[in-house]
Ligand binder design. Structure first.
Ligand SMILES: NC(=O)c1ccc[n+]([C@@H]2O[C@H](COP(=O)([O-])OP(=O)(O)OC[C@H]3O[C@@H](n4cnc5c(N)ncnc54)[C@H](O)[C@@H]3O)[C@@H](O)[C@H]2O)c1
Length: 438
């Protein structure tokens, strides 16, 4: 059985970089330490401007004669440099590095273009995209980089691709870990936990070695809660608080179902928590959620529907979608990654909260410590979060939360060899992975 597609080895890695600063598209082989131009980059005036970076702003760009004379800067793009570009870029923030793994996959194919367009970090935030693929996906990754080039995004200042996380995560301020091995036919869930555990242990080590000390990590690849746990345990120099497992898609799905039942538009649904694991043991919390500012139970008086139909609909939405669509949700997952990041970089609206899978140490709900569990959080927009304290937990909710907690504790025991916590013992309860997202 192949253990993982990706074998980290800095000696064999190839980084391909397209830099809009240099107007060149080139490979950097860490082996040979040489660069060669593949083809000229047909680009707008951004191709021949330089931005010098101050503490929090990119200074006005200047046209350098050197670059202007370069043979790869050609034709109309060299001549039509518009001085207004200086004004446009002078108020930009400092460039941020965003690393994305699984960048040639379906989710990334939606997400990368949202990142480059400024939908995530804002219209004044230039970004460098560093894309991590597997050996098998390196060609596809080149195609992704070409599409990004051809999209002429002004905010996208650099694109690099590679298969070595120690290079691709260098100075990462955000790491969006999407790449994971899918579950093959007949593969036991314990095997999947182990195979992906290996990937996320390696990526945790790489983040620990080379990423920004303040990097925010969002784990999407499944089983995402336990992958996030493995990742953070392998990155001891980075705060465990910086690691998230994506449960925002589940939150969005739950909001949609409540809106549908109540006959309101979904922006009227707030305070939606997904508790627990991104699996069918997840608990969409209708007790604390609100519709038009009122408790859901006051608006939807059908408790049977809430406890049975609603809960199951949210838990199994991914499976229904794959039956209809023939593949797992990619676009809505990408949207939910955008939502998850935006929730951390913009202040949470007064009285509201969002769900994300985070490390349980110090949680006020009595959930076991040492696991990654989806809980209600608020942020003041600085990338950090705090857990919401004033939530009601009744017997129904507590028993459901306990089931998801037990599952995550079992997953944790099963990957103890990956988290440095001893010998793995796999006594997993029933198979509760979300159908279609395996
Ligand atoms: N948390 C959620 O809400 C949620 C929702 C949907 C999907 N998912 C999960 O997201 C993951 C990706 O889904 P997708 O639809 O994009 O899959 P995909 O198969 O289209 O893409 C995955 C990509 O990752 C690459 N890859 C594999 N191992 C890698 C490694 N070690 N390093 C870098 N890249 C690697 C593959 O080559 C592939 O290109 C899956 O694990 C899926 O189950 C999570």
């Amino acid at each position: 059985m192949a253990v993982a597609e990706f074998t980290p080895s800095s000696s064999s890695s190839i980084i391909k970089k397209t830099s809009l600063y240099s107007s060149q598209l080139f490979y950097v082989s860490t082996h040979q330490k040489r660069r060669f131009s593949l083809r000229p980059l047909q680009k707008t005036h951004y191709a021949n401007i330089c931005c010098s970076v101050t503490s929090n702003e990119v200074q006005a760009p200047v046209v350098t004669n050197d670059l202007k004379k370069k043979p790869e800067c050609f034709g109309v793009f060299c001549l039509t440099y518009d001085l207004k570009a200086e004004e446009e870029t002078s108020c930009w923030k400092k460039l941020i590095n965003v690393s994305v793994s699984g960048a040639a996959g379906m989710i990334a194919n939606h997400l990368l273009f949202k990142l480059a367009a400024g939908e995530v970090f804002g219209p004044d935030q230039p970004i460098a995209l560093k894309l991590l693929g597997s050996e098998r996906s390196i060609q596809a990754l080149e195609g992704v980089a070409m599409e990004l080039e051809d999209s002429l995004y002004p905010l996208l200042r650099e694109v690099s691709i590679g298969i070595d996380p120690y290079e691709v995560f260098q100075d990462a301020e955000w790491a969006l870990l999407i790449g994971a091995k899918p579950r093959g036919p007949g593969m036991e869930r314990a095997d999947l936990l182990d195979i992906n555990g290996q990937i996320f242990a390696e990526q945790g080590k790489a983040l620990n070695a080379v990423a920004s000390r303040n990097v925010k990590v969002i784990v999407v690849g499944n089983p995402c809660n336990t992958n996030a746990l493995i990742c953070l345990k392998n990155a001891p120099d980075i705060s465990a608080k910086n690691f998230h497992a994506l449960t925002r898609l589940d939150e969005n799905r739950a909001k949609c179902q409540l809106a549908l039942k109540a006959g309101v538009f979904y922006d009227k649904v707030s305070n939606m928590t997904i508790w627990g694991n991104h699996s069918t043991t997840q608990v969409p919390d209708f007790l604390n959620a609100k519709i038009n500012g009122f408790p859901v139970k006051e608006v939807i008086r059908d408790t049977k529907w809430l406890e049975e139909e609603f809960t199951e609909k949210v838990q199994k939405r991914g499976g229904v979608l794959i039956q209809k669509w023939g593949r797992s949700s990619a676009a809505s997952t990408a949207v939910s990654v955008v939502d998850a990041i935006r929730s951390l970089v913009t202040p949470t609206p007064e009285g509201d909260w969002f769900s994300t899978g985070v490390y349980t140490d110090g949680n006020p709900y009595g959930i076991a410590e040492g696991i990654v569990f989806s809980m209600p959080c608020r942020s003041n927009g600085d990338g950090d979060y705090e857990l919401v304290k004033d939530v009601i937990i009744d017997d129904y909710l507590r028993s459901r939360i306990k089931k998801s907690e037990d599952e995550l504790l079992a997953e944790k025991r099963c990957v103890a060899h990956r988290t440095g916590e001893g010998i793995a013992v796999c006594d997993l309860p029933g198979d509760t992975m979300l159908p279609g997202e395996m």
